[in-house]
Design a protein around this ligand. Structure first.
Ligand SMILES: [Zn+2]
Length: 109
């Protein structure tokens, strides 16, 4: 069982996405007005979509970055990598907790 857990842990570690390609946050699509009263957007035909990456920094604190059309695909991928990384690290932690329990039981015997 311990070997099985160690193998599973190794498999999860191998599946971790490259750390340099991870990004925390979420993408938000907005349609905006430019402020020119004669522009079509003033009559309801807004510009967009404009994409933003928004990130929570702490309680009540967020920041956002405008994402260009060319950046959009990479940003989507990096956000997905971040999610996968978190998920896999959580599973690895779970396995490590179980391994700690088993080691302790062995030592007691
Ligand atoms: Zn406008």
């Amino acid at each position: 069982m311990v070997e099985f857990l160690q193998q599973r842990r190794q498999g999860l570690a191998k599946l971790l996405p490259p750390a340099e390609q991870t990004l925390r946050g979420s993408l938000i699509e907005r349609y905006v007005t430019c402020g020119n009263p004669h522009c079509k957007c003033a009559r309801g035909e807004r510009h967009g979509p404009v994409w933003y990456l928004t990130v929570t920094l702490g309680p009540g604190r967020t920041t956002s970055v405008v994402v260009s059309g060319e950046q959009l695909e990479a940003v989507r991928r990096w956000i997905e990598n971040y999610r996968k990384t978190k998920e896999n690290l959580e599973k690895i932690s779970e396995i490590n907790r179980e391994l700690l329990r088993r080691q302790r039981k062995k030592a007691k015997r």
